[in-house]
Design a protein around this ligand. Structure first.
Ligand code: DX5
Ligand code: ZN
Length: 221
């Protein structure tokens, strides 16, 4: 079963409660929450206070993607939020030692740890930490904004991550984020992605939110 994680970045911020309720009633399993700091990425989104309130109106899985330059400190800002998965960027840490420290800190808080890669970062660089990670997020656009065009050149990362997972008997999930719609989602699933993040395709869907979610859920591995 494919996991669909609609990205709240594309919701209507003037009516966030209504959009979260629409998500609650849908078949989407996860809610994707993009945190941008205006430093690691050239945009600022929302932070812990809004998430704390959002968490009070949904019981579903909270999937947080932090696009910040200081992941180690940022984890603490979310102390009061009920988070299930916390995904940080490999490019935001200074090396393997810091990378391990971030993963350990997330796990110590009882949260699953994900690691994300910008489109140009080679996936093989993750080898030393793949045994301790719960999810790898393949960015299929440059992080920072919703509504960008899908980059098919990242799809081979899904193949590599799946082969490595099978060969080493690991169980991390493969997630993809950026420009996902039915066509790109189908390609992503063919390249072994387990979880599809979709912002504009769900929240600005030409039919309705449920149509976007259900069309992605219908994709078969
Ligand atoms: C972009 C964010 C994405 C964004 C996806 O940096 O990480 O989660 O919300 O939006 P769409 O699906 O519209 O590309
Ligand atoms: Zn995201």
């Amino acid at each position: 079963m494919i996991i669909v994680s609609p990205s709240l970045l594309s919701a209507n911020f003037l009516n966030l409660e209504k959009d979260v309720e629409m998500f609650n009633k849908s078949n989407a399993q996860w809610l994707h929450y993009d945190v941008m700091d205006g430093n690691f990425v050239p945009n600022i989104s929302f932070g812990p206070q809004i998430l704390e309130q959002v968490c009070t109106i949904t019981d579903k899985f909270i999937d947080v993607h932090i696009m910040v330059a200081n992941p180690l400190e940022t984890i603490d800002y979310f102390e009061k939020c009920r988070i299930d998965m916390l995904t940080f960027h490999y490019e935001a840490v200074s090396g393997l030692e810091e990378c391990n420290a971030v993963i350990d800190k997330i796990h110590e808080k009882g949260i699953k740890a994900g690691i994300s890669l910008k489109p140009k970062t080679p996936v093989e660089e993750l080898k030393p930490i793949l045994h301790k990670i719960d999810l790898v997020l393949i960015m299929s656009v440059e992080p920072g904004f919703g509504g960008q065009k899908f980059m098919p050149e990242v799809l081979s990362k899904g193949d590599w991550l799946n082969s490595y997972r099978v060969e080493n008997d690991l169980d991390y999930l493969i997630q993809i984020d950026g420009g996902i719609n039915y066509e790109s989602g189908k390609m992503a699933v063919e390249h072994h992605c387990d979880c599809l993040v979709a912002g504009s395709y769900c929240f600005n869907n030409s039919v309705n939110f449920n149509h976007g979610v259900d069309s992605l859920l219908s994709l078969k591995k």
